[in-house]
Design a protein around this ligand. Structure first.
Ligand code: GTP
Ligand code: MG
Length: 482
């Protein structure tokens, strides 16, 4: 897989916007991380692309909530399927108290599904949920095409999008964790022996080995998982060291988090001019990108763009991406970006907060301050925006596309960052220019004058910095909170 390793070496972090384009192109021609199937490596490029052109039928069981919610869930599933490279032929929703224990949907719906498959020529069914291994097998037997679930679909997208070494390792681990208990279900009609390696049975979420190899594969997978865990741990340590080093210089860190496709990368680009890949696809960003930026008050901060969240984010992924999520939680301020053009943004907010709360709780960390940023107001329904104004009174409304609301957003960020500040007046001799540079970078300068004895500067500084420059405090200012 030469393409793949080449992509791994190419960083996402680049100021040149053309890099984003390049990466996009590469991504669409790229083969996914095969997770555990070693045999797939001998499939050539042309064959592989064929495998990816899949025609899918979506199936959902609607157990609770309004029909609008059920529709929104299916629309999201369709978007996920398209992001994975599939062609969505049709979608079926069944209203039931709970999914059928054996085939997920009831037997009546199974025969409807069979007809739809025959009529559309679909080769794959994608179910909106996480199916048990038994349900996957039974439904597959009943409809005679490949069946995958939402979790496998999301894992597949992550596998296609992972570029860094850490990202790839995290995704592989999550895929293996998902696959391990399901290996048996991938035999028979799906096995390499029966389906042939480039048969219509490959594709999204299904890179399974044949049944005869299951035992050896299980052992091999467990070994690889153990190795991956060790590697990820090592990479996390390196990352922690970096983060602590960053901490030593007190530059406030701001994490940009939120639902996938909310416009997080667009916002980072708008604020910092970073050429991060922006794409109307789910989970375009997997690797955190960090950028320094100067706020209008002169203070330097660091923004980090991160992986997006989704309703029912597969637990395997939350686990594998823990180090990334911990970094989000560990920041000083969380910019929670919400897609205002979504018909039900409140559900997005809830899904994101749920994941963040879990990570905070497990880590025993302090909750970072949160600023909700409603994005895409240029494309939003005014009624939804009104609803959001009520639900999130402290939110800031912006458009990363048009730039609307950006001044307000930066103002709100500055207020939050400055709220723990102290106002001091310093008298700094001219021979200590580095102190002046430092307070300019780390604080908000209110007044500055050149006197005989040196520079007299009034500045709002974080407490820690104020302490470090206290030798220059002028009489009478001992800092009360600003
Ligand atoms: N109309 C409109 N579209 C926007 C705005 N901001 C972003 N978009 C579009 O929304 C899509 C997703 O933008 P991204 O910045 O990639 O979103 P993201 O949150 O980083 O997405 P992931 O990394 O995939 O989780 C792209 O097609 C953007 O062009 C906005 O303010 N208005
Ligand atoms: Mg992004």
């Amino acid at each position: 897989m030469t393409n793949e390793s080449r992509a791994a070496d190419r960083p996402l972090r680049n100021l040149d916007p053309s890099i984003g384009e390049l990466q996009l192109e590469e991504r669409s021609s790229l083969r996914r991380v095969a997770g555990l199937s070693t045999e797939l490596q001998d499939v050539n490029d042309a064959e592989y692309r064929q495998l990816r052109l899949e025609r899918v039928v979506l199936v959902g069981v609607w157990t609770e909530g309004s029909s609008a919610q059920a529709d929104a869930a299916m629309a999201e599933l369709a978007q996920l399927a398209e992001t994975a490279g599939s062609d969505v032929c049709d979608a079926l929703i069944q209203r039931r108290d709970k999914p059928d224990a054996s085939t997920y949907i009831g037997s009546g719906k199974v025969s409807v599904l069979r007809d739809v498959i025959a009529a559309t020529g679909a080769d794959t069914v994608i179910c909106d949920g996480e199916l048990t291994p038994g349900q996957l097998i039974s439904l597959e037997k009943a409809v005679n095409v490949k069946v995958i679930d939402r979790t496998a679909l999301i894992l597949d997208i992550f596998a296609q999008h992972a570029t860094s070494r850490e990202g790839k390792a995290q995704v592989s681990l999550a895929q293996m964790e998902y696959m391990l208990p399901r290996l048996r279900g991938w035999g028979e009609s799906l096995s390499r022996q029966a389906g042939g390696r480039a048969g219509s049975n490959g594709g999204v979420g299904l890179r399974g080995p044949g049944e005869t190899k299951i035992e050896t594969d299980r052992r091999r997978i467990r070994e690889r998982m153990a190795k991956l865990r060790r590697e990820i741990k090592g990479m996390k340590q390196a990352r922690d060291t970096k983060r602590h080093r960053r901490r030593a210089t007190p530059v406030p860190s701001i994490a940009i988090a939120g639902y996938t496709n909310a416009g997080k990368s667009s916002l980072l680009n708008r604020i910092t001019g970073a050429g991060v890949l922006v794409q109307n696809a789910l989970f375009a960003t997997l690797d955190p990108t960090t950028r320094r930026a100067d706020l209008p008050d002169g203070r330097t901060v660091v923004f980090t763009d991160t992986v997006g969240f989704v309703r029912h984010l597969p637990t395997q992924l939350v686990e594998a991406f823990r180090s990334t999520l911990e970094e989000v939680v560990d920041s000083e301020l969380l910019l929670h970006v919400v897609d205002g053009s979504d018909p039900m943004p409140l559900h997005q907010i809830e899904a994101v907060r749920r994941v963040i709360n879990d990570v905070v709780e497990e880590q025993g960390a302090e909750r970072p301050r949160e600023l909700v940023v409603i994005n895409k107001i240029d494309a939003a329904d005014p009624l939804v925006l009104t609803e959001l104004h009520h639900a999130v009174p402290d939110g800031v409304f912006v458009s990363a596309a048009t730039g609307e609301g950006m001044d307000e957003l930066l103002g709100a960020i500055m207020d939050i960052i400055a709220s723990g500040d102290t106002e001091v007046t310093l008298l700094v001799p001219y021979c200590r220019g580095e102190v002046i540079s430092r307070v300019h970078a780390e604080g908000a300068v209110l007044a500055e004058a050149h006197t005989q004895e040196g520079t007299r500067i009034t500045v709002r500084l974080p407490q820690s910095v104020a302490g470090e420059v206290s030798e220059f405090l002028t009489d009478g200012t001992h800092g009360g909170a600003a």
